[in-house]
Design a binder for this molecule. Structure first.
Ligand SMILES: [Zn+2]
Length: 513
């Protein structure tokens, strides 16, 4: 049976346009999904929108729209953003869809029937913008500890989920499965949070109408957790009578990777596994909480209004430059500072100088010295063959540990080795001296190195990798597999198609930033 891989992003609130922070998570998930597809895994990549929230209902009414109409428009805008960033997802789940609501109701009712959901009165502090209830002791100077806004005191009848009863089982699971919460710093945070004691969770509201009704008590609407987190199951067709759904669920659950920002690790590493335990469903294999992009002014956040529009960046620099910058600049898992200057510097140094230059120098020399055709390979040194093999190995090890920046660094290192090899071998001198066999060998190896590196780059640089293959005359990279990483597949005599520079330098173009 083929290896399978199921990766998810969080579902995003469609209350306003998404910013570079959402793009960061989604581009990373896309690169990871593409990497697994390239390596022959049957892969399912899920993203979507979390559409039931009080603030969404409010935003819709402010605009004179029904919530359903508003979220449909916003979800379409989000899908257009993902199209521009070439996010190749397999499904886009919207929590207002009937296929999702059925699963929410089924799981809510099942957990209720077996006794882990009970009715009580909720009394407590509530932050409306964050849609979060807070215990008095977690407030900071009487305000929401997340957004620092005023909280209000609420009292209402509500259903509660018995989170407290599962702390021991969850700790055992985390201990027995060291990979379950990653990176280790996040695991340590979660372990101490659980040890601090879990409070039962309010999981229904009577003051909302925009949401999934509690099936056995329709005055109540399912509140946040059971609605949002279950998207990872409903998109697979969990509990459906349709054989295609059943097969998809059997194939892909449990999820291999829930990729989330570190601010929502707690929901995915504590609440979600406990919901699954209570419902008798296997737990996901890994929750990975990546770090934040920080602006000089602080954390990027919709509620504080300092956002960067990824569409503007794609228009200005191209999709590959944006994808590359996001995945290369910041060690995955850590926080890092975002700046447009750094994006430009990365693009010019790594993409234009190293990768782009290598291609244009190589194709220029093949045109000039071997009639525009790939020369026959030689039996000379193995410098570039070894560089390609090392890059492949390092890249694979890095991707296994979700170290996307390290993976890209390995590819870049091999491209730099290629440029250095040109200086060392000085093919123009070989041509002058009539050392034809040596010249052929050098040019073949340079072209072959880039054919292999393009395959490694394919999950990250979706356009440039295709252009490298085109210019080398190799063909369509969309059908490439991991078998194309083998050295020596480039066929002598293939005509190259020299083209425009892969990444024109931004700064020398006279841009003002
Ligand atoms: Zn708040």
């Amino acid at each position: 049976m083929a290896r399978t891989f199921y990766v998810t992003t969080p579902i995003y609130y469609p209350d306003s346009d998404l910013h570079i922070g959402h793009a960061y998570t989604t581009v990373a998930a896309d690169a990871i999904a593409r990497w697994h597809r390239l390596h022959g895994a049957k892969t399912f990549f899920l993203t979507g929108t979390d559409e039931h929230a009080q603030k969404i209902e409010r935003r819709a009414r402010e605009r004179g729209q029904e919530p359903a109409e508003f979220v449909a428009e916003m979800a379409a805008r989000i899908r257009r953003l993902w199209d521009r960033l070439e996010i190749d997802y397999d499904d886009f789940i919207r929590t207002s869809e009937p296929r999702h609501q059925r699963v929410v109701q089924e799981i809510f009712e099942r957990v209720y029937r077996q006794g882990d959901i009970y009715k009580a009165h909720y009394r407590g502090w509530y932050c409306t913008p964050c849609e979060t209830f807070w215990l008095e002791r977690r407030l900071e100077e009487g305000c929401c500890p997340d957004c620092r806004r005023q909280v209000e005191f609420l009292e209402e009848e509500a259903y509660f989920f018995r989170l407290s009863g599962y702390a021991g089982r969850l700790l055992e699971h985390i201990e027995a499965n060291p990979d379950f919460i990653q990176p280790p710093s996040r695991r340590n945070e979660m372990v101490s949070f659980i040890r601090g004691g879990l409070e039962d969770l309010c999981v229904s509201r009577t003051t909302l109408t925009w949401g999934v009704p509690v099936p056995f008590d329709p005055r109540h609407v399912v509140y946040v957790w059971f609605d949002a987190l279950t998207n990872y199951l409903s998109a697979l067709g969990y509990g459906s009578a349709d054989p295609a759904d059943q097969e998809r669920y059997e194939t892909f659950w449990p999820a291999d990777l829930h990729l989330v920002g570190k601010e929502i690790v707690r929901f995915h590493a504590i609440i979600w596994p406990i919901i699954l335990m209570a419902a008798g469903i296997p737990l996901p294999r890994k929750v990975y909480g990546h770090g934040w992009l920080i602006l000089k002014e602080g954390k990027i956040s919709k509620s504080t209004g300092n956002v960067i529009d990824p569409l503007v960046l794609v228009d200005r620099y191209g999709v590959d430059a944006v994808r590359y910058y996001l995945l290369r600049e910041i060690p995955f898992g850590a926080d890092g500072q975002y700046s447009e200057e750094a994006l430009v510097a990365r693009t010019d140094a790594d993409l234009a100088n190293d990768i782009g230059n290598l291609l244009s120098r190589t194709t220029a020399m093949i045109e000039r010295f071997t009639g525009g055709r790939i020369p026959p390979p030689g039996t000379g040194d193995r410098v570039l063959a070894d560089a390609a093999a090392d890059a492949r190995e390092e890249c694979t090890r890095a991707m296994d540990g979700l170290q996307l920046s390290v993976a890209l660094g390995a590819i870049l290192g091999a491209a730099r080795r290629g440029n250095k090899y040109i200086e060392e071998q000085a093919p123009w001198e070989l041509a002058k001296a009539g050392a034809t066999a040596r010249l052929d060998s050098v040019l073949y190896d340079l072209a072959e190195l880039q054919r292999v590196l393009a395959v490694l780059l394919k999950p990250f640089l979706v356009q440039a990798s295709a252009v490298i293959w085109e210019q080398l005359g190799v063909g369509d990279i969309t059908v490439a597999t991991h078998q194309d990483l083998e050295w020596g597949r480039l066929v002598a005599g293939t005509p190259i198609k020299r083209g425009k520079p892969l990444f024109p330098r931004i700064v020398s173009k006279g841009a003002d930033r």
